[in-house]
Design a protein around this ligand. Sequence first.
Ligand SMILES: Nc1ncnc2c1ncn2[C@@H]1O[C@H](COP(=O)(O)OP(=O)(O)OP(=O)(O)O)[C@@H](O)[C@H]1O
Ligand SMILES: [Mg+2]
Length: 236
Amino acid sequence: MPSLQNYAIRCENLHQVLGTNENQVHVLNDISLQLNVGKIYSVMGPSGCGKSTLLYLFGLLDRPTHGRIWIGDQETTDLDDVDLSYLRNLEIGFVFQFHFLLREFTALENIKVPMRQAGLMTGEEMNDRAAELLGLVGLGDKIYRRADQLSGGEQQRVAIARSLANHPKLILADEPTGNLDIKNSFLVFDMLETLARETGLTLLIVTHNAQLAKASDYTLMMEDGRILPDGGVPSL
Ligand SMILES: Nc1ncnc2c1ncn2[C@@H]1O[C@H](COP(=O)(O)OP(=O)(O)OP(=O)(O)O)[C@@H](O)[C@H]1O
Ligand SMILES: [Mg+2]
């Protein structure tokens, strides 16, 4: 049996049915996938095909109707909500289209939020780590700037730094550049890619931009809740 250690995440026969009664939608239909450690995957597909739903499941923010998910070699099916949150906090970082920063908090404070939730660091350690991460995304001179006094691109870079707060092994990014102009889209994407390559983490990034997707190692094409059979091919 192959070692599961080489996979950052994998799933088997994932189905997700959302809505109730006559409004039920079979959003994900029998998805089986393995994401290798240290690789960058882009997910592309038309609006409504289930990309965000898949990221929600991979991020342990929702449970599948059917199927199994492993984070590393940890199967998640039978974990209770407390264990799921614990695993999520330590192993997974999120970057969303809308960054969800706390507007009135400084960049530094925003990055400390997930660290506080994990509760593993002292105040000083949190400050040092948050400042280091802001340096990594090129915002070392703006650590005390309030989030709402940063540009859209800078805010998204703070969100990237925040996603790295607890040394996750996997970053899930749902259209992280969807709200930015072309110049900032490339900047933010490059930054995510560089950080992933340098730290060896696995990145799964949803994008509608085929040019950005080319920078990933593999492109997964989705349609109607399925990964297309030729999905997962190396990006050109
Ligand atoms: N709570 C819900 N109840 C019923 N249907 C839902 C629910 N949430 C999502 N859906 C449906 O599931 C489908 C997939 O939604 P999802 O958000 O995953 O799409 P997406 O691929 O991320 O699209 P986009 O590119 O527009 O972000 C859509 O048809 C959506 O209407
Ligand atoms: Mg979406």
